[in-house]
Design a protein around this ligand. Structure first.
Ligand code: S3P
Length: 172
């Protein structure tokens, strides 16, 4: 069992299931659940879309970095990270130092299907399918470098949670 004093952090592309699986894990492991986007929105007093629109992506990333620092300073959470948390190596250093970090992946066709019609994610405005393909191509090496990997293809959220527990149970 992962120590109660370590975080269990889910990363992965938008639509990979981090929030749904994170909630299941938090219930099963009897831990607090922290959704990074929700925390960022709460601290900013506005939605993620409004932060991007009014303050720009750099300000969003600054706020995201602040939340990572907060999580690393008080570990013990199940965390659903935002899809872009991998972009800053300092984030990954902090998260890997203070917890087990698991990347959820899904075939691009599944991500496109899940994110179809999404109006909330600022980075998918315009041609969402092309944006998904471009962002995934850019970020692939960063996601591949995450210590634990779960391919969610064909798995229910409960089965993904089970696999995350199995993979990380021996992690310190
Ligand atoms: C982002 C992913 C989003 C959110 C923001 C930026 C990204 O989170 O943090 O829109 O850069 O991939 P989800 O992965 O929870 O959708």
């Amino acid at each position: 069992m992962l120590s109660k004093h370590r975080n269990l952090v889910l990363v992965g592309f938008m639509g990979s299931g981090k929030t749904v699986v994170g909630r299941i894990l938090a219930t099963r492991l009897r831990r607090g659940f922290l959704d990074m986007d929700a925390r960022i929105a709460e601290c900013a007093g506005k939605t993620i879309a409004a932060i991007f629109q009014e303050d720009g992506e750099a300000e969003f990333r600054r706020r995201e970095r602040e939340v990572v620092r907060e999580i690393a300073a008080r570990p013990g959470w199940v965390v659903a990270a935002g899809g872009g948390v991998v972009l800053d190596p300092a984030n990954m250093n902090d998260l890997c130092r203070t917890g087990a970090v698991v990347c959820l992946s899904a075939p691009v066709s599944v991500l496109i299907e899940r994110l179809r019609g999404d109006r909330t994610r600022p980075l998918l405005q315009g041609d969402p399918e092309q944006r998904i393909r471009d962002l995934l191509a850019q970020r692939r090496p960063l996601y591949d470098a995450v210590p634990f990997q779960v391919n969610t293809a064909g798995l229910s959220p409960e089965a993904v949670a089970e696999e995350v527990i199995r993979l990380t149970c021996g992690a310190d």
